[in-house]
Design a protein around this ligand. Structure first.
Ligand code: TYM
Length: 342
């Protein structure tokens, strides 16, 4: 059985990276897999969240799944905190995972920043909870953007170590699914930084709910460079951008990759289309496709966020179904660990 699990944190400002790197791929996979899409509110509180805002943001992520086209009848959409298996298995994995493994996690280092002593312990063990999310359902495949690759490797290590420690064949070793022309979208202002929900500058990201004027303004202000768009000489034989080319012109290739992803094209075709042109011309085409693709989805998200009772009912129903799937897995886990449950 092929089962997908993936999640997005409800921390506001859902952006193009979340859409192209993850949510759009969820929609594409739903015909071939049984899917569980989670709004990971327990992950969100590893850094401070205003409680009222967290509720709104939880509905925002659920609305993005629905507006992008996930079918809530066929698949499961729910928020993490409604299903206790996540916390239960997360704890057990805190005892399986190793401090040395967590010390290597680059996302913790980035998020905790210089003042690591002040970071929550939740932020530190976050990857163990992520492993629990996936393995509580014995998910086999996990669609994510490139920035989650290291966490997925840790999930695989935890699955293997649990199976070995308890001499069972309980957990599958899940595969990451990282695909599309935009697995790592960079900030529109600084091509060395990833596009993120927490960047203080609104101009660093296009959000899933930006209106047409805002999208146009952000693309106009996006950092590019004065050089012309190159041809296919910047690609290797597999059509992949050469590292040196990306390093030299990170902003330029970020915008070109976004255009490719929005149009469902390969970078080689985009270079063919724009070779020798400047960024002023290119940005007009980019704005056009961004507005066409994101506009209707953003409006639908807004409509859904006003229809709170519908979104809440999807989350409740999804949680009931998710809990049923996790229950037999947790029973096996408790038996394996030796938890007496008379
Ligand atoms: P989060 O909420 O940061 O991001 C959600 C998804 O969006 C992808 N993404 C990007 N893709 C391309 N370019 C970007 N700039 C970009 N920024 C974000 C992320 O890779 C992710 O797929 N730890 C996860 C949430 C999580 C999870 C899970 C995911 C918790 N449990 C279990 C999968 C399975 C996170 O913080 O994603």
């Amino acid at each position: 059985m092929k089962r997908i699990f993936s999640g997005v944190q409800p921390t506001g400002n859902l952006h193009l990276g979340n859409y192209l790197g993850a949510i759009r791929n969820f929609v594409r996979l739903q015909d071939d897999y049984e899917c569980i899409f989670c709004v990971v509110d327990m992950h969100a509180i590893t850094v401070w969240q205003d409680p009222k805002q967290l509720i709104d943001n939880t509905r925002e992520v659920a609305a993005s799944y629905l507006a992008a086209g996930v079918d809530p009848e066929k698949h499961i959409i729910f928020n993490q905190s409604q299903v206790s298996a996540h916390a239960e298995l997360g704890w057990i994995f805190n005892c399986v995972s190793r401090i040395g493994w967590l010390n290597r996690m680059t996302q913790f280092k980035d998020k905790a920043g210089k003042n690591r002593e002040k970071a929550s312990t939740g932020l530190y063990v976050y990857p163990n909870l992520m492993a629990a999310d996936i393995l509580a359902y014995k998910a086999t495949h996990v669609p994510v953007g490139e920035d989650q690759k290291q966490h997925l490797e840790l999930t695989r290590d935890i699955a293997i170590k649990f199976n070995n420690d308890f001499n069972v064949d309980l957990f599958p070793v899940p595969e990451p699914l990282i695909f599309g022309a935009a697995t790592r979208i960079m900030s529109l202002r600084d091509g060395s930084k990833k596009m993120s929900k927490s960047d203080p500058s609104d101009y660093s990201r296009i959000t899933m709910m930006d209106d047409a004027d805002t999208v146009a303004k952000k693309i106009k202000k996006a950092t590019s460079d004065p050089h012309l768009i190159p041809g296919a000489e910047v690609l290797d034989e597999n059509g992949k951008l050469l590292d040196d080319a990306r390093k030299e012109r990170p902003e330029a290739f970020n915008l070109l990759s976004i255009y490719a992803a929005l149009n469902d094209k390969e970078l080689v075709d985009v270079l063919g289309e724009f070779e020798g042109k400047g960024f002023a011309d290119f940005k007009k085409s980019l704005t056009e496709v961004a507005v066409t693709k994101l506009g209707p989805m953003g409006s639908e998200m807004k409509r859904l966020m006003d229809d709170k009772s519908y979104v809440d009912s999807v989350l409740k129903q999804g949680a009931d179904r998710a809990a049923k799937l996790a229950e037999p897995v947790m029973k096996e886990v408790f038996d394996a660990v030796g938890f007496l449950r008379p």
